[in-house]
Design a protein around this ligand. Structure first.
Ligand code: SPV
Ligand code: MG
Length: 432
């Protein structure tokens, strides 16, 4: 009887390396390929250029492949237990890279029923790196980038965004990956915060940094990254101006603009009622949303309406009335904000909002109410979690301490151990 052979594939661009390994695997028996889900692929490497069902169809039609099945996670556990293949095939690169733990799990499961792992030598082909480089270039184009946030929300249910305000912070959001329990975690998107974009320029967060400058920040980010961008558009300004802002953001490849229901001189929400802040009327703000939606030229771009009722202590009913009206006016998502440490008012809001609206994405910025995990937020019914300022808040004390120590010691030797080695910083930025 033919042996049953299993291998996993995540690729969206087939090259000779894949054809070779499929050929060798199919010579061992009847080959089933587990095609990795979009969610699993985007968790550990770049977002796939081709969606799951098309990748399934593509791989199914390669000579030597007998069956294709979905592999939902990086872990092979579910599929190995379900299909119990005689042989699993993989390149030997996973003995040493982040997939080490996945390999150990595969070996344990195979051993439990007498299956075998066959590893082929992995060759690092420059052609493959070139294909990946080209795929990343495509992902960074405005059209590809813009549509990805909506797709990620529908694939993953919940997405995370980390604040970025220049090329360097953009690269950190783009490339930081943590491998944990056989899985990989990275941020899905970037948040262009008004607070951090202003703070980086030494200016207060009062809509003083003008749109031309804010767009320049977006351009700095798009030049060196591929991930989707969520833009903090403050109040959106005059509705007559907002229409133009929306089109500019679309052209730049931004996926979502968030506007808050305040009017007059805007101050940062985390001040709450300690400073004078005025909430816009429901009618005016709905009108602004409608103007924005009518101005937008592409179907993937999203306008998110941010409600400040809890920040300004206007009560839960006001927050619900407003957010429901904003959705009716055309908002693609809503953001509810709070400056309480205790997450209970946000959780209460989500519960009540979800009673009548199961689909509109809910965006949160858990700066104060930071004890809830992403998994817990997903269970409550939230869809976008924005880490709005933590990297910047972490960097300022480090820079301050470094400056103080040099002043104290009249030389730089003492700060060396707290600095990134010079040889690393010169290689931090990849050369084209
Ligand atoms: C920002 O990051 O600029 C925000 C979020 O608008 S908050 O600072 O919490 O208001
Ligand atoms: Mg802001």
């Amino acid at each position: 009887m033919q042996k049953r052979v299993y291998m996993c594939m995540s690729t969206d661009v087939i090259h000779s390396g894949h054809i070779n390994i499929i050929k060798k695997a199919s010579e061992l028996g009847t080959l089933t390929v587990g095609v990795l889900s979009d969610e699993a692929v985007s968790s550990y490497k770049r977002y796939p250029l081709i969606p799951f069902h098309e990748r399934m169809a593509m791989i199914e039609n390669i000579k030597g492949v007998s069956h294709v099945v979905e592999q939902k996670t990086l872990s092979y556990k579910d599929n190995l237990e379900k299909y119990q293949p005689d042989i699993v095939v993989h390149g030997d690169n996973w003995k040493t890279d982040f997939q080490k733990e996945i390999r150990t799990e595969v070996l344990d499961i195979l051993n439990s029923y007498g299956g075998r792992l066959i590893e082929f030598p992995y060759t690092n082909d420059p052609k493959i790196n070139e294909i990946d480089r080209r795929a990343r270039a495509e992902l960074s184009t405005p059209h590809f980038r813009r549509g990805r946030l909506k797709r990620l929300i529908s694939i993953k249910g919940i997405v995370t965004a980390m604040e970025a305000h220049d090329g360097l912070t953009g690269l950190l959001v783009e490339n930081t990956v943590v491998h944990q329990e056989g899985g990989a975690h990275q941020f899905d998107a970037m948040w262009v915060s008004s607070l951090c974009d202003s703070t980086a320029k030494g200016k207060p967060d009062i809509e003083l940094v003008d749109m031309t400058s804010r767009f320049r920040t977006i351009e700095d980010l798009t030049e060196v990254t591929t991930k989707p961008i969520i833009f903090d558009a403050d109040t959106g300004g005059l509705k007559e101006h907002f229409a133009y802002t929306i089109r500019s953001l679309e052209r730049l490849g931004v996926s979502m603009a968030i506007i808050e229901d305040k009017t007059g001189l805007k101050k940062n929400s985390l001040f709450g009622n300690e400073v004078k802040q005025t909430q816009d009327s429901i009618e005016n703000f709905c009108e602004k949303i409608k103007v924005g939606k009518a101005a937008q030229r592409t179907s993937d771009f999203m306008i998110c309406a941010r409600c400040e009722s809890l920040i300004l202590e206007q009560g839960m009913d006001d927050a619900l009335t407003r957010t429901r009206a904003y959705v009716k006016a055309g908002a693609d998502a809503i953001m509810i904000h709070s400056r309480q440490k205790d997450p209970s008012e946000i959780i209460e809001f989500i519960n009540l909002f979800r009673k009548t609206d199961k689909i509109t994405p809910i965006v949160l910025v858990p700066t104060s109410f930071n004890s809830v995990t992403e998994e817990e937020w997903q269970k409550y019914g939230a869809n976008v979690i924005i880490y709005a300022n933590q990297m910047m808040r972490a960097s300022v004390p480090a820079m301050q301490r470094c400056a103080e120590m040099i002043l104290e010691h009249h030389r730089a030797e003492e700060v060396d151990s707290m600095c990134m080695p010079f040889k690393d910083i010169i290689r931090l930025i990849p050369a084209e």
